[in-house]
Design a protein around this ligand. Structure first.
Ligand code: CA
Length: 227
């Protein structure tokens, strides 16, 4: 796992790098926003740790610039300030988590691991697979330009499948993401909803996009290979 750290305070930077390297992460550390943005654009990181108060361009500006070129990499923001307005601004700019200085390394590590487990999130406003299009802002779904009416659960299921297009998702993963933690019904609820979705999304089209992977789960993909 490769991590980029953008932090101008040398002491804090060394403390984080040492800790993460001891946990066997590969860490690139840079000390200003412009270099941070260059590195983040040039290399494929699994996670970026970004200080907000930096010389030159601020962490928030780095984050905005980064989200234009890489919408998906998880970003953990660091700051000495604990103002709610900053948090809101940074979450809106695409931060995934937030840590206020000073912090214990164990606290940072917990958050880093949680973000890495969750992985990259597809944040695009419009998800497309072949001629199927899902618009997250208007919450509308179209196939070949024709609007498809979905219930809110059908929509949530399709969004999860399309955000992970090409990946096979198990019934358990689907239940955990689409239904809430308190849902303790059988995972065959997923089969029922997939059937509803197929009727609406694939039924009248020659090219089927919702695939069943026997013994594993479901995927949305253009080609059957690899899924
Ligand atoms: Ca700083």
């Amino acid at each position: 796992m490769r991590i980029l750290l953008v932090e101008d305070e040398e002491k804090v930077s060394r403390f984080i790098v040492r800790g993460l390297e001891a946990e066997r992460f590969a860490v690139d550390a840079v000390a200003d926003g412009t270099t941070g943005l260059d590195f983040a654009s040039a290399y494929d990181y699994d996670l970026i740790i970004l200080d907000i108060l930096l010389p030159g361009i601020t962490g928030t500006e780095v984050l905005r610039g980064l989200r234009r070129v890489n919408a998906n990499v998880p970003v953990l923001m660091l700051t000495a300030r604990d103002a709610l307005a900053d948090k809101v601004e940074n979450f809106e700019a695409g931060a995934d988590d937030y840590l206020t200085k000073p912090f214990a390394f164990a606290e940072l590590l917990v958050r880093v691991k949680a973000l890495l487990r969750r992985g990259a999130v597809n944040r695009a406003n419009v998800l497309r697979v072949a001629d199927l299009e899902l618009d997250r802002l208007s919450q509308t779904v179209k196939r070949s330009g024709q609007k498809i009416e979905l219930t809110s659960k059908e929509y949530a299921l399709l969004e999860y499948l399309m955000a992970n297009a090409g990946r096979v998702l198990s019934r358990t993963m689907i239940v955990e993401h689409v239904w809430d933690q308190s849902f303790d019904g059988a995972t065959n609820i997923v089969d029922v909803y997939v059937r509803h979705l197929r009727n609406k999304v694939d039924e009248t089209h020659e090219k089927k996009l919702i695939r069943t992977v026997r013994g594993v789960g479901y995927a949305v993909s253009v080609e059957a290979e690899g899924v």
